[in-house]
Design a binder for this molecule. Structure first.
Ligand code: BES
Ligand code: ZN
Length: 405
C-alpha cells in the first residue's frame, strides 16, 4: 500500500499516471501459494505440491504483491499468463508445470546429466576476445535513456537504435545473420532477435536472451536500469560481436533475443516461448542473462540459478565455467519465476540463468533511479557473463548434445 500511495502522490504531482498503472485493469497471473495466502487472493486453481496457483488480479493487487515481495526481500514473484486463456485451461497449465518440475527433479536425483564436455581451443579463443570496455560503452548508451519502460513515452527508442547497431555489426561480418523485430499484442514495445542460421541442423535452435526494458517502482520516475538489464543485454551483444568476428557459421541455428516488457510479467518472452512451442520449434537450450554488473558476492562469482532451470543445462554452465571462464560458481534460487528463463521453462524448454551473485547478494537498487553505473559496478564482472555466453553459443551451436531426459 505504501508504494501505491507514494506512486499515486507522484502521479498527482507530476501528471497523468501511465496506462499500465490503470487500477481497473486485471490480468491473470501464476504466483506462489505464500503470496495467495498472505493477500487472501481467490485463485481459480492451486497445486499444493509445487506451491503455485493461478489467480485473476487487479493492478491494485499487483501493487500489493510487489509490496509484500519487497518486504520479503525479493521482487515481484508472479508471472502474467498469455492473453485469452480460458479458466478451464488453468488446471492443465498447472499440471503441465508440475510435470516439467517433476521431470527435472527426477533427472537431478538420478544424475542422468549426460557426458562431460571436452576442451575446444576455439572456445578458449572466443572467451579471450570478450572485452569489458565494449560492454561498458553499451551499458552507458542503454542507461542514458530516461527509461526503457514498455508503457513509457518512447517504448521503442532504444529498440530502434539497437536494431540499427546490430545491423551494422552483421553487415561488417562474414557470417550470414539477420535481425528481426517482434511485435506483441499486449504492449507497444517490440522485442529484437538476431538469427544466425545453422549449416547442418538449422531446425535445432540455441537461444541466448535477456530483457532490455526497464522500470521504476514509482513508474513515472526515470529508470536507467543499468544493472537491470542494460548489463545482461550488453554482455549478450559482446558475445554476439565475438561470434561475428570469429566468422564461423554454427551447425545449429543460434538466436539472440532481447525481450520487451519483462518487468511487468515476462510479457515479451512468454509470447515468444509460447509461439515457439505452438509451432513445435526444436529449442535445444536457452541461456538467460539478467543482471551481470554488480558483484554482490565478489568479483567473478556468479549464481547458477537452480529454480525454473534445467539441471542438465546448469551442469553445462558449470562445465563451461571450469573449462574456460574460471569464475566461482554459487548456488542460487529466486524462489519464483523471476526472469525470462521462466517463460521458456514453462513451455518445457531447457533453460539456464547464471546471474551476478546469489539472489540474496544481488543489487538492491534495481527498479529505482539509482540503478546506474557507479563505483560498485564492475565491467570485468559483466564480461564473465559474456564469456559464459560465447562459450555456451559455440559449444551448443556446434555439438549434438541434447537434454537426455
Ligand atoms: N532482474 C529482475 C529479476 C531478479 C531480481 C533476478 C533480483 C535476480 C535478482 C527482473 O527484471 C525482475 O524485476 N523480475 C520481476 C518479476 C517479473 C515476473 C515481473 C521481479 O523480480 O519483480
Ligand atoms: Zn527488473
Amino acid at each position: 500500500m505504501k508504494y501505491l500511495i507514494l506512486s499515486l502522490l507522484f502521479s498527482i504531482s507530476v501528471g497523468a499516471a501511465p496506462q499500465a498503472h490503470d487500477t481497473q485493469k486485471t490480468q491473470t497471473i501464476m504466483t506462489n501459494m505464500d503470496i495467495i495466502t498472505a493477500l487472501k487472493l481467490n485463485p481459480t486453481v492451486i497445486d499444493k505440491e509445487i506451491g503455485v496457483g493461478i489467480v485473476n488480479v487487479s493492478n491494485e493487487q499487483i501493487e500489493e504483491i510487489h509490496e509484500l515481495s519487497h518486504a520479503a526481500k525479493r521482487c515481484a514473484g508472479y508471472q502474467t499468463l498469455e492473453d485469452g486463456i480460458a479458466i478451464n485451461q488453468h488446471d492443465s497449465i498447472l499440471s503441465d508445470l508440475k510435470n516439467i518440475v517433476n521431470r527435472h527433479k527426477k533427472a537431478e536425483n538420478l544424475s542422468i546429466l549426460g557426458k562431460p564436455l571436452t576442451y575446444n581451443s576455439r572456445i578458449d579463443e572466443a572467451v579471450s576476445m570478450i572485452d569489458a570496455e565494449n560492454i561498458r560503452s553499451w551499458v552507458e548508451w542503454l542507461s542514458s535513456y530516461n527509461d526503457r519502460y514498455h508503457a513509457g513515452k518512447t517504448p521503442n527508442a532504444h529498440v530502434e537504435e539497437m536494431e540499427t547497431r546490430l545491423k551494422a555489426m552483421i553487415a561488417a561480418s562474414s557470417i550470414e545473420a539477420r535481425v528481426e523485430r517482434i511485435t506483441h499484442k499486449r504492449t507497444q514495445q517490440n522485442s529484437l532477435k538476431v538469427i544466425i542460421p545453422g549449416t547442418e541442423r538449422p531446425e535445432e535452435i540455441v537461444v541466448l536472451g535477456g530483457h532490455f526494458d526497464s522500470i521504476n517502482r514509482f513508474y513515472i520516475l526515470p529508470s536507467p536500469g543499468a544493472d537491470d538489464n542494460a548489463s545482461g543485454t550488453s554482455s549478450l551483444v559482446e558475445a554476439l560481436r565475438v561470434l561475428l568476428t570469429q566468422g564461423q557459421q554454427p551447425k545449429r541455428t543460434i538466436e539472440f533475443m532481447w525481450y520487451a516488457a519483462e518487468e511487468v510479467g515476462l510479457w515479451g518472452s512468454s509470447d515468444i516461448a509460447n509461439s515457439y512451442k505452438q509451432t513445435n520449434k526444436d529449442v535445444i537450450a536457452v541461456l538467460q542473462l539478467d543482471m551481470t554488473l554488480y558483484p554482490g558476492d565478489g568479483e567473478r562469482k556468479f549464481g547458477n540459478t537452480s529454480d525454473f532451470t534445467s539441471p542438465w543445462l546448469r551442469q553445462i554452465i558449470s562445465d563451461l565455467n571450469s573449462l574456460y571462464v574460471n569464475g566461482v560458481e554459487l548456488e542460487s534460487a529466486c524462489g519464483y519465476g523471476c526472469s525470462d528463463h521462466a517463460s521458456w521453462y514453462r513451455q518445457g524448454y531447457p533453460a539456464a540463468f547464471p546471474m551476478e551473485s546469489t539472489f540474496n547478494g544481488s543489487n538492491k537498487k534495481i527498479h529505482t533511479t539509482d540503478d546506474i553505473i557507479s563505483s560498485s559496478s564492475s565491467f570485468d564482472h559483466a564480461a564473465m557473463f559474456g564469456e559464459l555466453a560465447v562459450a555456451f553459443a559455440i559449444e551448443l551451436g556446434d555439438n549434438d548434445l541434447r537434454q537426455p531426459y
